[in-house]
Design a protein around this ligand. Structure first.
Ligand code: MLT
Length: 326
């Protein structure tokens, strides 16, 4: 009896072992969903659509964009963490959703590092300090002096507590000593529409979202939150040049639920790497101020190590700043 049971469990084990690579060979056999933590039209949604479209070509399956908004992205991240680990649900996020929120929200129903596995690191972009056109200021210094003379008179958009645009606002407050009212949106796509309409007057926003509007003359840019000016927007000074050093870059990444087979992660990673080897996509990203990671930096293990290091770095910054979810 024992022999038969042992044989049965042995064959089951071999079957499971064989199933992995076979399953990966068949993958993907249906469309893949990318859960996007913010509304359509913002920088995270844009990255998801560019990546999804090109990965679909690589893998021969459609990518479905699922904008699951709310609570600065924590609802979307939880949805991915609880999804079936079969490679058909992945999540996109960034420094805010997959790092800052882990420190700011004390009642998350998932563990940022334990319940997700890294798929690929994606490009990173600096932020721009931008205002609506009617805002009368010529320089970053003028903006800061106006805000200090008119505390809380103007409002600025974020995508919620812990979002990238919230982190950008905190960095701006910290660097300048000036403040503005924070108005949360479901993403900086909708926030940008209100900035153009002067419903809000300021934002610290990812260059990929703001730069096209600056170039179209719909909003004004005063500074870039980087140590040196960007070659694609050399006319925009760094915040440091105005006397307010800010160094904030928002990187994006792809994650999958814990338990997703490594062979499937490898297929997704290879498709993501191929996406940013495409010359047209590279040009489009660079033109939006994005810095592209190397294939080595995009690898799951390297991205996982980077994610953990960012988590530790920002945990201290946010705890020291006593940043809490409302
Ligand atoms: C943010 O965190 O500000 C988001 O990236 C905004 C967005 O992507 O809509």
């Amino acid at each position: 009896m024992l022999r038969r049971t042992a044989l049965a469990s042995l064959s089951a084990g071999f079957a499971a072992l064989a199933a992995g690579p076979l399953r990966a060979q068949a993958y993907p056999s249906k469309p893949i969903t990318i859960v996007v933590p913010f509304a359509a039209g913002g920088p995270t949604d844009l990255m998801a659509r560019i990546v999804g479209e090109r990965m679909a070509k690589e893998l021969g399956q459609q990518f479905i964009i699922d904008n699951t908004t709310g609570a600065a992205g924590t609802i979307a991240v939880g949805k991915v963490a609880r999804a079936a680990p079969d490679g058909y649900t992945i999540g996109i996020g960034h420094l805010g959703t997959h790092v800052a929120n882990g420190s700011i929200y004390k009642t998350l129903n998932y563990d940022m590092l334990a319940d997700l596995v890294p798929v690929a690191r994606l490009p990173s972009n600096p932020m721009l300090v931008v205002t609506s056109n009617p805002f009368e200021a010529k320089t970053m210094k003028d903006v800061v002096e106006y805000l200090k003379a008119n505390p809380d008179k103007i409002s600025g958009g974020t995508a919620g507590v812990g979002s990238a645009s919230h982190l950008g606002a905190l960095a701006f407050f910290n660097a300048t000593g000036a403040k503005y009212q924070l108005v949360p949106y479901r993403g900086t796509g909708p926030a940008m529409q209100d900035l153009i309409a002067n419903q809000i007057q300021i934002m610290v926003d990812q260059s990929s979202n703001s730069l096209p509007q600056v170039r179209a003359g719909k909003i004004r840019a005063y500074a870039v939150t980087a140590k040196v000016r960007s070659p694609v927007m050399p006319e925009i000074p760094t915040a440091a040049e105005a006397g307010y050093p800010m160094d904030v870059a928002i990187w994006h990444g792809l994650w999958a639920p814990k338990g997703t087979p490594p062979e499937i992660i490898a297929k997704l990673n290879a498709a993501a790497i191929a996406t940013f080897q495409d010359p047209d996509i590279r040009r489009r990203m660079e033109d939006l101020g994005q810095d592209l990671p190397t294939p080595a930096e995009m690898a799951p293990a390297a991205f996982g190590a980077f994610h953990k290091a960012e988590f530790a770095k920002w945990k201290k910054i946010l705890e020291d700043a006593n940043v809490k979810a409302e």
